[in-house]
Ligand binder design. Structure first.
Ligand SMILES: Nc1ncnc2c1ncn2[C@@H]1O[C@H](COP(=O)(O)OP(=O)(O)O)[C@@H](O)[C@H]1O
Ligand SMILES: [Mg+2]
Length: 145
């Protein structure tokens, strides 16, 4: 499925749509080149879940957690990982327990598309806006239209 995201308002609406369906155990995997809007979409989702504070890009920290929203959320940016095995050292599985994960650069962590609760989104630039190609995992089928 392809979603047109011509501007930031469309990004906010798309984020709200994802947030409304989001459950603990889910992964929202955000792929796409630098500057295609992965962090922007993550912020839209986290904001729609009700978080009112800042949402720093996890570029350097790799993992940011949000326990003030439901489901609790982990926002990760795996760009800086040199080997997917490093996700184990980060303790990602512990962070993920009882939480949903938004993952930028999922391929650098070995990928999540094999998980049935993965919503895989690839963003690309189209003119001044963006386009998202969405692949919904098995457990997203009933709640994603
Ligand atoms: N749908 C959109 N339309 C136009 N500009 C966008 C859209 N989504 C994001 N942007 C802009 O693209 C730039 C890069 O976004 P960012 O989320 O930091 O990208 P990434 O995390 O993929 O590197 C920001 O200036 C942001 O405002
Ligand atoms: Mg980013």
């Amino acid at each position: 499925m392809t979603v047109d995201l011509p501007d930031l308002a469309a990004m906010d609406a798309f984020g709200a749509r994802i947030a409304a369906a989001l459950q603990a155990g889910d992964v929202v995997a955000l792929s796409g080149d630098l500057g295609t809007g992965k962090t922007t979409l993550a912020r839209a989702i986290i904001g729609a879940l009700g978080h009112t504070g800042e949402v720093p890009s996890p570029t350097y920290t790799i993992i940011e957690t949000y326990d003030d929203v439901s489901p609790p959320l982990v926002h990760a940016d795996f760009y800086r990982l040199e080997d997917p095995a490093e996700v184990n050292e980060l303790g990602l599985e512990d962070y993920r327990a009882g939480a949903a994960l938004i993952a930028e650069w999922p391929d650098h962590a070995g990928g999540f598309a094999h998980e049935p609760a993965c919503l895989a989104i690839t963003l690309k630039k189209v003119g001044d806006g963006r386009e998202a190609v969405v692949t919904a995992g098995e457990t997203w089928q009933g709640r994603w239209r």
